[in-house]
Design a protein around this ligand. Sequence first.
Ligand code: ATP
Ligand code: VIB
Length: 248
Amino acid sequence: MEVVTFNWKFTEFLNKKDHFKGSPYILIILNQPIQYSNDIFHTLWENAYLRICADGGANHLYDEFKGIYIPHYIRGDLDSLRDDVRHFFHSQGTVIQLESGQESTDFMKCIDLISIKEEEEEKSSKYDVLAIGASGGRFDHIMSNIHYLYKLKDERKIYLLSEKNLIFLLDKGKHNILCDREIEGPTCGILPIGVQRAILTTTGLKWNITNVTSSFGVMISTSNILINDVITIETDVPVIWTVELQFK
Ligand SMILES: Nc1ncnc2c1ncn2[C@@H]1O[C@H](COP(=O)(O)OP(=O)(O)OP(=O)(O)O)[C@@H](O)[C@H]1O
Ligand SMILES: Cc1ncc(C[n+]2csc(CCO)c2C)c(N)n1
């Protein structure tokens, strides 16, 4: 069985010891306060292939950085984008796209844009997405952001990144997660969201399990602790991996 490896190497990436050599990613700024230090945000921004604000995400970018960072696109139903922010970014060359459908969120509308760009570029592979601001604030928004990890799991890798958490989906199968314990951990969790139950086998954690059934109302692994740099997880259905982040 194929083993899927996740390797973010946050420290190397954020210290810019090395130019980012991972797969190219697209940065989506969601409508939440941007809580990173300037250095970290700068690195996330600089290394992105394309930068997109989901509607009111642009307000935060503008308020936080006073127009230093100009996104390629602002997209959404534009019910959150302030007029002063719209005018400023428009004057700086940002493409502002109104998509008024009320069946999908502005996050999803931004991902639709990425698919459109990939078709235009006739790309055979899909860009990874790094979405910031996905896990704070409104619970329905947080769940919707996680829902899109499931919906798009066969299409591309999406990472939800906040100042405190990294969240991504593990599809059914075997995974090696290479953790950078300078920044990731100590706590982590495996969440069988959207499935009836998952049968899990793990190594590298303080509380490992072997062929154990995990489901809400029975047992879920939260407040677990990384004890190795490499965590292995085997699951028979998709589950959510979450790890605490402590940026120094
Ligand atoms: N409080 C929040 N917590 C987590 N994610 C959020 C939150 N607010 C917004 N987002 C994310 O940012 C995106 C853009 O925000 P925006 O406020 O424009 O939302 P929306 O999709 O128009 O939904 P709504 O109209 O219900 O607010 C959302 O689609 C969502 O992914
Ligand atoms: C069953 C159902 N529930 C809620 C919505 C509303 N909704 C979902 S995404 C979205 C866009 C937010 O900008 C809105 C308004 C719907 N359409 N269908």
